[in-house]
Design a protein around this ligand. Structure first.
Ligand SMILES: [Mg+2]
Ligand SMILES: [Zn+2]
Length: 240
């Protein structure tokens, strides 16, 4: 088994952020002093490929990044209520197809482009291992979400993972959050592997609709738990 760094690399998306720097390539700092139950923020953990940008296989350069047309507007809306993180598996690094620097450059480009468009990504969490490495950080292990809870005062029980793979939904479950499955990327292909009752939407814009609508509808709740399981009827119905 290869040696696994628990925090292989993390891009901090907002240098002007007051959040202390996390351990990782961007530096070290202290965890958030947030006390459970006080000022904890809900977050949305976004998968990268097939969710925010087109899944075009292993990306080695920012020039290969193609955002979905709806991504920026959707994230602008979501960030009104949630802090945004990206969580991505890039096993292409462990496979030797992409250098870690190249993966970092792609992630940094995504963050910087979004920032130019008014969207703040708090951090990018990227696992560069492959599953056979047995690392702690590969999705659906909840490692990075637990880290965000500790370092950024995220309330995982009011948080979501949005992604196009069943492991994104599983990640949410493993962290005490909720998954939202999108049908972009590999979403259609793997949909049959999803458990019934999961939230399924057409893409990131529909995910934003769902998240904001649910927040509005649940604003009278105590905020400590998720609203009731969404109905499949909430998702745009697709012919199968
Ligand atoms: Mg994906
Ligand atoms: Zn890993």
């Amino acid at each position: 088994m290869k040696r696994c760094q628990p925090l292989p690399f993390i891009s901090v998306g907002s240098p002007e952020s007051t959040t202390p720097k996390e351990p990782g390539r961007m530096g070290t700092g202290r965890p958030s002093a947030a006390v459970p139950g006080s000022n904890l923020m809900p977050a949305v953990f976004l998968d990268r490929d097939g969710t925010l940008i087109e899944d075009r296989g292993s990306l080695r350069s920012p020039a290969q990044v193609v955002f979905y047309p709806e991504t920026i507007a959707a994230l602008r809306r979501i960030q009104q209520r949630f802090r945004l993180f990206i969580v991505t598996n890039q096993s292409c690094v462990a496979a030797g197809e992409v250098a870690i620097q190249e993966a970092n450059e792609v992630n940094d480009f995504v963050v910087q482009w979004l920032r130019l468009k008014g969207v703040t990504i708090v951090a990018v969490y990227c696992c560069p291992h492959q599953r056979s490495d047995g690392c702690v950080c590969i999705k659906p292990n909840p490692h990075f979400l637990l880290h965000a809870a500790q370092w950024h005062g995220v309330d995982l029980h009011r948080s979501f993972v949005v992604g196009d793979h069943p492991q994104d939904v599983e990640l949410a479950r493993n962290a005490g959050a909720r998954g939202i499955y999108v049908l972009t990327g590999h979403g259609q292909k793997h949909r049959s592997k999803l458990d019934s009752g999961e939230i399924v939407v057409t893409g990131i814009a529909a995910a934003a609709d769902w998240l904001l609508g649910k927040m509005d509808a649940s604003s009278a709740l105590d905020g400590r738990s998720h609203p009731k399981a969404p109905l499949a009827a909430n998702a745009p119905q697709l012919a199968e």
